[in-house]
Design a protein around this ligand. Structure first.
Ligand code: HEM
Length: 737
């Protein structure tokens, strides 16, 4: 494709940038523009409408190679979806380190601040199938492939810093339990069913993760507003061979924000592609998502100084104990050209590391190191999936691996072994000083045993730490989520076991959930938890052991403490009808746009709206094609005629009610305030009383004023939107929406 055409094709907003990987992909990218239709053999096709027949009404001839080729290819279009994380969306971008990290690691991509390392990042849900809703209550995958000059490095993480299980041998059980139940394949993309909670209630090690998954972290507002975590403890190794433990973090510059559960359920119906669309549109519009890369570093001598084991993936290192150092930035600035070729065929693997990054003995990580290639062999159909363009490193591959399905590379010469003399000894091994990967020489001295270290037995105290660190609304949401999920469980014994487990986290939490379920918190439960029978024949239980924590509460764990100083990229619904106040609407829209938000006009029908004074604005959505849950805030325009029309529009009132119920910022000017009064807000004291008064009123996220004060209303509205949600309303208002 010509450079000009390529540019034209890229985003309408800021120019989407190419990088070395995108340039590499462009060698195999085509769009057929200005070309003749051909078969896969390059033969031009003369008639793509009719198969070859014995006369117009006769039988089709087997000879028709064009028909056969087309249908055969179609018949084989599908490949297996991922066993987990099947549903996802991805984007290209780059990573830049702020300053050299040579003291910590020799990884080249972490040395030079002027180097932009290309990345491909895929976000995903875990449990649902490829076509499931983005808004399922679930962990989100956050997988980053760095195409470094030393080869590919994959950081395959999640948006939650801990995991359900401590040992990979339990992963198939966990996934079987959460996936749709095998007899009827119900429910899709949901953990609210018996098999999941049966398993969880018997696996107390999952309790910490359950707190996170029942929190609003599991229903993010956007992929762009999620944290990411490498979860396991890895190793950084520097040029001198010195190793340190490291935990990886991604911190979104837009802050960490979520939706509420009622909203999530409704988004699933209104736009199951909500997160996918949000990522796509942000990048197309030039609002490139950004995350800072954070590391928590622990010196080897401090390995045992914590009240938990660094190798236990159900634990995090509180940021108050080991601060997160932000060492670089990830920017996503280009959408894929083809979902299947890139997002579906990309193969991430925790085992893809570069010199300077190494593993630890975390038994969950160790299992993952086996699992990813193994699953990709079947998902992508053979051993050459590293040659699929999205998976190829940008540095060249030279080795003696040969053949296999769909081999792309043509290896010249007779030598396919090492050592060799016939090939001049090439390709040759690289010394460590020439970039050859050397594994960290960890000292290992132990018995071969099938058991779990006692240092992994504390299953509850970090769950308590998480719960204690949440704000009151966040705790309420956890209670409600547990009531919902366990309320969908049909087996009473599972509910009881689960409530007992919760009582080990926090008595009030357990009591509140039990009350919602109409049961009592059991004082004890029957049956062993996590039982195994070791070689000595004595059944052994991994009975949880509570450990006193060094920190009782960690502010970093609460989304309430995320930065709330920007409305960048937020979507604001502007409700209006013919006869709206044009200058007030223009002033509010301009202020919102200047602050980086997007204001979309929503009206009773599509087309153009005419203002009181005759000017026209284009309508973005009708009430039929928009929904309150798809927006971050609502402004109701002034103008008597517009307000009268909106008051008579039940969809408009419902729109406002839902925004109010979900604690979003709402603003109105002039007669627009009457529309608020006609909605549920009419029953609310405060914010809606102000239109006649000459002052602007902002009350719990509801901002009102006269049309002439639109500029001031916009200023207060922007502050209210930046708060993300106004939770104080939630406790006292029972909105019928
Ligand atoms: C800390 C725990 C884990 C995290 C953070 C994690 C993360 C992820 C992510 C982000 C993906 C999606 C990759 C993509 O976008 O293509 C994924 C896929 C997958 N994970 Fe994990 N995972 C974890 C544990 C495990 C374990 C313990 C196993 C198995 C022992 C496992 C097996 C798989 C498999 C089979 C896939 C599908 C890969 C593919 O088909 O490309 N994961 N995981």
């Amino acid at each position: 494709m010509s450079k000009g055409k390529e540019k034209e094709k890229l985003g309408k907003g800021k120019q989407q940038e190419n990088n070395d990987k995108v340039n590499d992909l462009s060698k195999v990218t085509e769009d057929g523009a200005g070309q003749f239709l051909t078969t896969n053999q390059g033969v031009r096709v003369n008639d793509d409408q009719n198969s070859l027949k014995t006369g117009g009404r006769g039988a089709t001839l087997l000879e028709d190679f064009i028909l056969r080729e087309k249908i055969t290819h179609f018949d084989h279009e599908r490949i297996p979806e991922r066993v987990v994380h099947a549903r996802g969306a991805a984007a290209h971008g780059f990573f830049q380190v702020y300053e050299s990290q040579a003291e910590l690691t020799k990884a080249k991509f972490l040395q030079d601040p002027s180097v932009k390392t290309p990345v491909f990042v895929r976000f995903s849900t875990v449990a649902g199938s490829r076509g499931s809703s983005d808004l399922a209550r679930d962990v989100r995958g956050f997988a980053v492939k760095f195409y470094t000059e030393e080869g590919n490095y994959d950081l395959v993480g999640n948006n939650i810093p801990v995991f359900f299980i401590q040992d990979a041998i339990k992963f198939p059980d966990l996934i079987h339990a959460v996936k749709p139940e095998p007899h009827n394949e119900i429910p899709q993309a949901a953990s609210a069913h018996d098999t999941f909670w049966d398993f969880i209630s018997l696996m107390p090690e999952s309790t910490h993760m359950i707190m996170w998954v029942m929190s609003d972290r599991a229903i993010p507002r956007s992929y762009r507003m999620m944290e990411g975590f490498g979860v396991h403890t890895f190793r950084f190794v520097n040029e001198k061979g010195k190793a340190r433990f490291v935990k990886f973090h991604w911190k979104p510059l837009l802050g960490v924000h979520s939706v509420v559960w009622d909203e999530a359920k409704k988004i699933s119906g209104n736009d199951p592609d909500f997160h996918r669309r949000d990522l796509w549109e942000a990048i197309e519009g030039g609002d490139f998502p950004e995350w800072e890369f954070g590391v928590q570093i622990v010196e080897e001598k401090d390995e045992h100084k914590f009240d938990f084991d660094l190798l236990d993936s159900t634990k995090l290192i509180p940021e108050e104990l080991v601060p997160v150092q932000r060492i670089g930035k990830l920017t996503l600035n280009r959408n894929p050209d083809n979902f299947f070729a890139e997002t579906e065929q990309v193969a991430f693997h925790t085992g893809h590391v570069v010199p300077g990054i190494d593993f630890t003995n975390d038994p969950l990580l160790q299992g993952r190191l086996f699992s990813y290639t193994d699953t990709q062999l079947i998902r992508l159909g053979g051993p050459n999936f590293h040659e699929i363009p999205i998976n190829r490193p940008i540095d060249p591959i030279h080795n003696h691996q040969r053949d296999g399905h769909m081999r792309q590379q043509i290896n010249r010469g007779r030598v396919a072994y090492e050592p060799n003399s016939l090939g001049g000894g090439c390709p040759m091994q690289a010394g460590a000083d020439m970039g050859g990967f050397t594994s960290y020489a960890e000292k290992i001295d132990g018995k071969k045993v099938r058991e779990r270290s006692a240092s992994f037995f504390d299953h509850f105290s970090q769950a308590t730490l998480f719960y204690n660190s949440q704000s009151k609304p966040e705790q309420d949401h956890i209670v409600n989520a547990l009531r919902f999920e366990l309320g969908k469980v049909e087996t009473p014994a599972i509910r009881e076991r689960m409530v007992y487990i919760l009582s080990q986290v926090d008595k009030t939490l357990a009591a509140r959930v039990a009350e919602g379920l109409g049961i009592k918190v059991p004082a004890k439960i029957d049956g062993p938890l996590n039982m195994s029978v070791p070689a000595d024949g004595n059944p052994r239980q991994f009975q949880p052991k509570r450990v006193e924590k060094e920190v009782g509460s960690s502010p970093a764990l609460s989304m309430a403490n995320t930065p709330k100083d920007s409305i960048k990229t937020r979507k604001i619904a502007v409700l209006a009808a013919d006869g709206f106040d044009g200058s007030a609407l223009a002033a509010v829209k301009k202020a919102l746009t200047n602050a980086g938000a997007q204001a979309k006009i929503i009206a009773p029908r599509l087309g153009f709206l005419r203002a009181e004074k005759g000017e026209e604005v284009k309508i973005d959505f009708s009430f039929l094609t928009a929904a309150s849950v798809l927006f971050d805030a609502v402004y109701v325009a002034g103008g008597e005629k517009s307000a009268a029309a909106l008051k008579g529009e039940s969809d408009a009132l419902h729109f406002i009610n839902e925004a109010y119920k979900h604690c979003k910022a709402i603003a109105a000017t002039g007669a627009g305030v009457d529309v608020l009064r006609a909605s549920y807000l009419g029953a609310v004291e405060g914010g809606t009383a102000a239109s006649e008064a000459s002052k602007v009123v902002a009350n719990e996220g509801v901002v009102t004023g006269q049309d002439a004060q639109a500029g001031k209303v916009a200023t207060e509205f922007i502050k209210a939107i930046a708060q993300h949600r106004h939770w104080s309303r939630e406790a006292k208002d029972q909105v019928p929406a």
